[in-house]
Design a protein around this ligand. Structure first.
Ligand SMILES: Cc1ncc(COP(=O)(O)O)c(C=O)c1O
Length: 382
């Protein structure tokens, strides 16, 4: 049998073995994976029901509970990026007609609005200028006004670099009998999180930021309260792939096939989580804080201003105001082309106004900050 579709000569690709540049990834993510994580990814694949793989899944669950500081039994890694885990929280908690209140102060709050609407929620929003956060009083008033079934907040808004404080929010949600859903994509591993102490019912994250792993296996967790709502729901979860009533049978005792797990990505995630445990979670948070303060100092020495008030700045993602008269895109391009360093531009309302600099996971170290500051010193006009 011969193939009928060929690559014609004009279009023929230069199919040499793959080579990719070794960039220093200091944008909003992905960040560079730890070398041990990349090594772990190269281990030979086993089957998704192999006893050694099932043991690894158990380890991932225990380690995720540790990094999130939760005892939720339904804590797993979703196959897919952070958006898949985000959708998993919505798909497993929103019933058509539920009022879902979303705090929007950046791009990812808006994504939650869009997603919840697609699952039939009656979405209400409260808003803040991009870069600011909601106070407990503002959240209380909003809960009184809207009486939602779910309050959704973004802990670390990657589009703005702001950290939404969550202390006391879970208690408020219990008072108003609603679930608390939190995006921890840019906080897990790099910013202190205490899911159980804060009363968070649903949370999701990603692998490619604070955990220092490639993208594709994304943390998901739900509390007993959220499980109860799911079990009482009359209809099936509208998303088959992300249905926790089915996925729970693969991750739990029954070990029923659901889909083929991305085996090698789970190796990577397990190794990334092990490295956090080896360092110690509190040490890992402290390292992120120490290195970002070193970055802030260096940026301010260069005369640059930071977008977010210090108290609410994320240790993982810094938004830097682009000075008047400087072409932000050209600077980012030059950093990439001449220095092999990636930084991000602004999103949405902050497009063209800020650069976004990530120091996450393995990249949160002085050895990442120094080359960036050195390059900026050369590239920025004096
Ligand atoms: C706060 C936040 N939520 C959700 C996502 C979506 O994650 P992913 O791009 O891994 O799908 C991102 C991605 O950067 C994010 O920063």
């Amino acid at each position: 049998m011969t193939s009928t579709i060929s690559i014609n000569d004009k279009q023929r690709l230069q199919l040499t073995p793959l080579e990719m540049p070794n960039r220093l990834l200091l944008g909003p993510g992905p960040s560079n994976a730890h070398p041990d994580v990349l090594q772990a990814m190269n281990r030979p694949p086993v089957g998704h029901l192999d006893p050694t793989f099932l043991k690894l899944m158990d380890e991932i669950q225990s380690l995720l509970r540790y990094v999130w500081q939760t005892e939720n039994s339904m804590t797993i890694a979703v196959s897919g990026t952070g958006t898949a885990a985000m959708e998993a929280t919505i798909a497993n908690s929103v019933e058509p007609g539920d009022v879902v209140l979303v705090g929007v102060s950046g791009y990812f709050g808006n994504r939650l609005v869009d997603m919840a609407g697609r699952y039939g929620a009656e979405v209400r929003t409260i808003t803040k200028p991009w870069g600011q956060v909601f106070s407990l009083e503002e959240l209380q008033i909003a809960l009184e006004t809207h009486r939602p079934a779910i309050l959704a907040l973004v802990h670390a808004e990657t589009s703005t670099g702001a950290r939404q404080p969550l202390e006391g929010v879970g208690e408020l949600c219990r008072e108003f009998d609603c679930l608390l859903l939190v995006d921890t994509v840019t906080s897990l591993g790099g910013v202190p999180i205490f899911l159980d102490a804060w009363g968070v019912d649903l949370a999701y994250s990603c692998s490619q930021k604070g955990l220092g792993c490639p993208p594709g296996a994304s943390p998901f967790t739900m509390s007993a309260r959220a499980m109860e709502k799911l079990q009482q729901c009359q209809c099936k979860v509208a998303n088959w792939y992300l249905d926790m009533t089915l996925l729970g049978k693969y991750w739990g005792q029954e070990r029923v096939y659901h889909h083929t797990a991305p085996i090698n990505l789970y190796y990577a995630l397990r190794e990334a989580l092990r490295l956090v445990a080896e360092e110690g979670l509190a040490n890992c948070w402290q390292r992120h804080q120490k290195n970002v303060e070193y970055l802030w100092e260096g940026l301010e020495d260069l005369g640059l201003k930071l977008h977010v008030e210090r108290e609410f700045r994320l240790p993982t993602l810094t938004t830097v105001c682009i000075p008047e008269g400087v072409d932000g895109k050209a600077v980012a391009r030059q950093l990439l082309n001449d220095y092999n360093i990636e930084i991000g531009g602004g999103l949405g309302e902050l497009a063209g106004k800020v650069w976004r600099v990530g120091l996450m996971g393995f990249n949160s170290r002085k050895e990442s900050v120094d080359p960036l500051l050195g390059a900026l010193r050369q590239v920025l006009p004096n």
